[in-house]
Design a binder for this molecule. Structure first.
Ligand SMILES: *Cc1c(COP(=O)(O)O)cnc(C)c1O
Length: 398
């Protein structure tokens, strides 16, 4: 058939190749995609290891609440129907949980989706977002994708009580008319550092009312018992330009279902809901999230395990002679030294997935999620082996 076709057509001069990147809008052209933690199956395929321990994405090692899994499976027979685009039941559960109105809630396909909605609604060419160095990677991504400019404020120093944490005083000084959105992660990922109630109140008082200020509380439940750690969801009446984001991916163990939300002034929620895809939150995700929200026992168990095992893990890292950033999340970030890349590769070969955070301008640092006791032991022993191999561990010990 190709012969017949070619007889009927004059030979065409070769077309110049298309530079596809130039077809994209400027923000997208320069964008580097988010690097997720390596999936377990990918490690099995690439390295041929059978036993895999994944401590790379700050997931709950206990998994989801059994009640959440049950609720999700109960709606699977009905998934030929579109989900409730207004998320009536889930929003009612969230509103009850926070003692806020349903009109203050925006549901997201994970809280990353909510961050993207905020960028879509409030950022664009000629506008700026402001956030700290070493802050969560999604803030620069959504800023750039919206065609806006990121203003990155230098973080606190390595010797500060919150090493590499947000410098709220410097952030307040960097505010000007160009800034439309501020992102604050509390605690921050990957540093694990946090800002206290008085510091945050002082900062919010300095923010002009036209600047939307996002406090990302993805790790809220893990951090909540820390003295001085603020629950900013209670401050919405004081600061109408405040947006608080929460996630079901961390302590709730529902990262695979994708659900998160924003709490805000009803008029901010109205704007976010204008750009939100109507069915961004699936029916199983909504059902699971609503069930998880009221399974207090599962949350408490998860938080208690994390508190205990974070100590164990930190102690193990100190004993290996490593410097560890203080963290109130479900992860620890430590300096793996000059051979961090080789050490990470060696860990992968032994079936342990952690997260190098060089991309966060923390060269040589690795983030590890707090796992079960067995996972943490396996990680520490694999790490000890790698340190021995690359750094000669005897030199590091006092
Ligand atoms: C994990 C994380 C999120 C949550 O992402 P989801 O989209 O809800 O899975 C948000 N912010 C920070 C700082 C995180 O570490």
């Amino acid at each position: 058939m190709s012969e017949v076709m070619s007889h009927n057509h004059e030979p065409q001069p070769p077309k110049p190749p298309i530079d596809f990147a130039r077809l994209a809008v400027p923000g997208v052209r320069e964008l580097a995609p988010y690097q997720p933690g390596k999936p377990i199956e990918e490690l099995r395929r690439e390295y041929g290891v059978s036993r895999v321990i994944k401590l790379a994405s700050n997931e709950n090692p206990l998994g989801p609440s059994p009640k959440a899994a049950q609720a999700a499976s109960e709606v699977l027979g009905e998934v030929h129907r579109y989900p409730d685009g207004n998320g009536f039941s889930l929003k009612a559960a969230i509103a009850g949980h926070h003692d806020l109105g349903v009109e203050q809630i925006t549901l997201g396909n994970g809280s990353n989706d909510v961050l993207a909605l905020i960028a879509q609604a409030f950022l664009g060419p000629g506008r700026c977002s402001l956030f700290s160095a070493h802050a969560f990677a999604v803030y620069p991504l959504v800023t750039q994708a919206a065609g806006a400019e990121a203003r990155v404020v230098p973080a606190l120093g390595s010797e500060a009580a919150q090493p590499y944490g947000h410098d709220l005083k410097a952030m307040a000084e960097a505010l000007d008319e160009g800034v439309s959105v501020v992102f604050i992660a509390n605690p921050n990922n990957p540093t694990g550092t946090w800002v206290s109630e008085p510091e945050l109140r002082e900062f919010l008082a300095a923010v002009p009312p036209q600047v939307v200020t996002v406090v990302d509380e993805a790790y809220f439940e893990y951090a909540a018992s820390e003295p001085g750690y603020p629950d900013v969801s209670r401050w919405l009446a004081d600061y109408p330009n405040l947006v608080v984001t929460r996630s079901f991916s961390k302590v709730h163990g529902l990262g695979g279902l994708r659900v998160g939300y924003a709490l805000s002034h009803p008029q901010i929620a109205d704007l976010l809901n204008r750009v939100r895809q109507p069915f961004n939150c699936s029916a199983p995700a909504q059902a699971a999230a609503a069930a998880s929200l009221v399974d207090h026992e599962h949350i408490e168990r998860s938080v208690a395990l994390n508190r205990e095992q974070r100590e164990v893990l930190a102690k193990g890292l100190y004993e290996l002679g490593l410097s560890v950033l203080p963290s109130i999340g479900n992860f620890l970030t430590f300096s793996a030294g000059p051979h961090a890349a080789q050490i990470n590769d060696g860990l992968l070969r032994s079936g342990v997935i952690v997260r190098p955070v060089d991309a966060y301008e923390l060269p040589g640092y690795i983030r590890v999620t707090v796992g079960t006791p067995a996972e943490n032991r396996a990680f520490l022993s694999a790490l000890a082996e790698q340190l021995e191999q690359w750094d000669g561990r005897s030199e590091r010990l006092p």
